[in-house]
Write a protein that binds this ligand. Structure first.
Ligand SMILES: [Zn+2]
Ligand SMILES: [Zn+2]
Ligand SMILES: [Zn+2]
Length: 334
């Protein structure tokens, strides 16, 4: 993610800001410009004839702009959501807004990577869409099927999510991690689109058509196999080749976004940013060369504050090979 500043007063801004906390100017994010801009008709700004605010400004804390001539009143991120809780479910609406926050970060990164984001309007049976559902009254299973990503909004509750994280012995569990992982399942169908790529997928991850229910049953009765750390990025990735792919895809997004942010703040060279796709094996080697010392230092910084590691994962050779395959596929479309 980039570093932003108010064009009116120079105050540093965060991606989520809808108002400048220093001068009070209304702020909005333009996906086209990948920038936060002052909305209004003073200097250096967007005027209301060109853009409108997304209709979800208050419901989802969305600070994104919509082109004035766009028939939708929702921004490029909000329009990907097909189902959301009802306005009178205050608890679920809060979790919905948190999930949309994470999704906006996801959409920016997918756009930076130039990955196609095909919605349901363009592809009614396989396009990407989100059902953000509360499991308070009926069960909801977080997952992906034919482009539809379902998120259980109970995950928006920090206490609940942390309890799950500890009970499942996971080192990391966040909403952003969830949307990156589930989107990985969608991009499997988009990116692994010919027999050659599928052949390579099978070599690295295994058979994507392995019986899924049997894999779940085995995982939750026996746990991850001993020594899984040598071949997988997480214990969850051991469950099924499709889960290994989704976990690896999520890690690729974690790594690229974190390097991008580090570069924006001078902790990594400017050439490492997402606006350069860094294609090919040399590009991948370069990313890993930047990533390993960066994440080591970030982990040590967290420990200085008494926190657990920022990135509590190791990347053994087989995981790097899988990440490189994701890299090849993501940068080939750029
Ligand atoms: Zn300002
Ligand atoms: Zn929006
Ligand atoms: Zn999954």
């Amino acid at each position: 993610m980039r570093d932003f500043a108010c064009s009116h007063c120079g105050q540093q801004l965060a991606f989520e800001n809808s108002v400048c906390l220093s001068c009070g100017s209304p702020i909005a994010y333009s996906l086209t410009d990948r920038n936060l801009i002052v909305v209004g008709d003073t200097d250096g700004v967007v005027d209301a004839d060109t853009f409108r605010m997304c209709a979800n400004l208050h419901t989802a804390r969305c600070n994104w702009l919509v082109d004035a001539d766009d028939p939708s009143d929702l921004c490029a991120s909000c329009r990907l959501t097909r189902t959301r809780p009802s306005d009178d479910d205050a608890e679920a609406m809060e979790a919905y807004a948190d999930t949309e926050d994470a999704k906006r970060r996801l959409v920016v990164e997918l756009t930076e990577l130039d990955l196609p984001i095909t919605g349901r309007a363009e592809d009614p049976t396989g396009g990407l869409t989100f059902d953000l559902l509360s499991s308070r009254f009926s069960p909801v299973v977080t997952g992906h099927e034919d482009g539809v990503i379902t998120i259980d909004l109970a995950e928006g509750d920090d206490v609940h999510r942390e309890q799950l994280r500890v009970s499942m012995d996971e080192p990391y569990r966040t909403l952003l991690g969830h949307v990156r992982h589930e989107t990985g399942h969608y991009y499997f169908t988009v990116l692994v689109d010919d027999p050659e790529k599928l052949k390579r997928f099978r070599e690295l991850f295994g058979d994507p058509d392995t019986d899924y229910q049997a894999a779940i049953d085995r995982h939750y009765s026996e746990g991850a196999p001993t020594g899984w750390e040598d071949d997988y990025v997480s214990s969850y990735a051991t469950m099924h080749p499709a889960e290994d792919w989704a976990e690896t895809f999520a890690h690729y997004l974690h790594i690229r976004d974190t390097i991008d942010t580090a570069a924006a703040f001078g902790f990594a060279p400017a050439g490492a940013t997402l606006d350069r796709s860094q294609p090919g094996p040399a590009g991948f080697d370069r990313l890993i060369e930047l990533w390993l010392p960066l994440v080591w230092s970030l982990n040590m910084i967290n420990r200085s504050m008494g926190h657990t590691d920022l990135y509590p994962f190791v990347l053994p050779g087989p995981v790097l090979e899988k990440l490189e395959f994701v890299h090849e596929l993501c940068t080939a479309t750029a």
